[in-house]
Write a protein that binds this ligand. Structure first.
Ligand code: GTP
Ligand code: MG
Length: 396
């Protein structure tokens, strides 16, 4: 599905407080217990004033047919069987287009989102939040029994979102959540252009979301069926982030330009670091190319620290004069510049520690040195950039 845009109808039926969409693909074994649990829970709080909408993409295991068989007992259940389109995000939007409720929501169809949490999510919106999101990353929440790699990929995705869309992703601890409710009025006037899996980013990026609430939950193990996540979803996720970056406009081109400048300055720092190490080796008489160097030699240790520090000074000067020029001219004067330098130095030192620990951690998990180093560099660079953007030069 390309850049099709969709609008949500502003009209709703006042008899319906909530329309909850359940996207499904081969969830034949999960759909009955899920619908039963949702009905049981919602009947307690808003009986007769909600609807459930299963949007199934013509699953080979005929999830749609199983869901339809429930309709006799549950008149509040709609089932949409799509044969022309596929994809989680578009399924959710299609469900919302058919919805009648004032509040719109989504929950996975695989029982990984505990249905009981819905009560707290609903209560947050009914108390005034525009958006209430179930989060795996706040106090009282957990990702359950995820492997180290899965946790790492999830955190990596959050970091990437923070880096490309800081003003959107930083509003939530779990911007990747697929379990949330949103007030219809917050998304009616915008053109949604869903792609991939992350419908929440689309809602945050294009909607008029003022008040946000987060509710902790534990992501449950899948008992039946299998995950539909493939590498394609990661690729779509990156395309989605970039598309939103440009679509939301808020300093979009400027932000990418700034990050590129930060990257160029970073590369100049690598060059300076090498240059200083080489100069020191000439002056102090050690070799930078020989194998099996004794790292216990004090002059090498001091030279490396000097090389790093001089590279940091180099990077600071260029970042202050060029990358973040707009922000630094607002706070001119030696005292402010010195403060910025000290903060930059601290952030880079922490960045270097993140870099080294990630590298060691990933290698211990069995990753190759090359991949581990690449990931460690990407994440520590994102850290350096974001921390400096938000807390040092404070541009946005
Ligand atoms: N309609 C529709 N639903 C989908 C599609 N892909 C996934 N889903 C549903 O979306 C929900 C989440 O998908 P999962 O594959 O479980 O993804 P996940 O929960 O983020 O990841 P895992 O932890 O690996 O299960 C499930 O209810 C899926 O059945 C799709 O292309 N169309
Ligand atoms: Mg799942």
């Amino acid at each position: 599905m390309g850049a099709t845009t969709v609008k949500i109808n502003s009209e709703f039926n006042p008899n319906y407080l909530l329309s909850l969409v359940v996207p499904t693909y081969n969830e034949g074994k999960n759909i009955i217990p899920l619908i039963e649990a949702l009905v049981e829970i919602l009947d307690r709080v808003i009986a007769d004033r909600y609807e459930l909408i299963v949007v199934d993409d013509d699953s080979p295991d005929r999830t749609w047919e199983i869901a339809q068989s429930l309709q006799e007992n549950y008149p509040q259940l709609q089932v949409l069987r799509r044969t022309e389109e596929r994809g989680l995000a578009t399924a959710v939007i299609r469900g919302w287009q058919a919805a009648q409720g004032e509040i719109l929501g989504v929950i996975d169809g695989d029982l990984q989102h505990p249905p009981e949490t819905l009560i707290d999510i609903y209560s947050a919106v009914s108390k005034g939040a525009d958006l209430a999101v179930a989060s795996r990353y706040i106090h009282g929440a957990s990702v359950g029994s995820w492997s180290g790699i899965r946790q790492f990929l999830s955190r990596g995705a959050v970091s990437l979102a923070l880096w490309i869309l800081p003003e959107i992703a930083s509003r939530l601890s779990d911007p990747m959540s697929g379990y949330f409710l949103v007030r219809r009025s917050a998304i009616v006037d915008c053109e949604l252009s869903p792609i991939g899996y992350k419908i929440l980013l689309e809602v945050m990026g294009r909607g008029q979301i003022d008040r946000v609430a987060e509710i902790p939950y534990t992501f449950l193990e899948r008992q039946e069926g299998s995950s539909k996540v493939t590498w394609r979803q990661y690729e779509q996720f990156i395309r989605h982030l970039i598309r939103l970056r440009f679509a939301t406009g808020r300093g979009s081109v400027g932000t990418i330009g700034r990050f590129l400048r930060f990257g160029i300055v970073g590369l100049s720092g690598v060059f300076v670091d090498f240059l200083v190490l080489w100069l020191a080796s000439q002056m102090l008489g050690f070799s930078i190319t020989a194998a099996k160097t004794d790292l216990g030699q004090l002059e090498i240790f001091i030279s490396k620290i000097a090389a790093v520090e001089i590279a940091i000074i180099n990077n600071f000067i260029w970042n202050d004069l060029w990358t973040f020029r707009d922000a630094s001219i607002k706070q001119s004067g030696f005292k402010f510049r010195l403060l910025r330098f000290l903060r930059f130095n601290l952030a880079c030192t922490i960045g270097a520690l993140i870099n080294i620990s990630l590298f060691i951690g990933l290698v211990k998990l069995g990753m190759s040195l090359l991949l581990a180093n690449l990931i460690a560099i990407v994440i520590s660079t994102a850290w350096n950039y974001l921390i400096n953007l938000k807390f040092n030069w404070r541009t946005s």
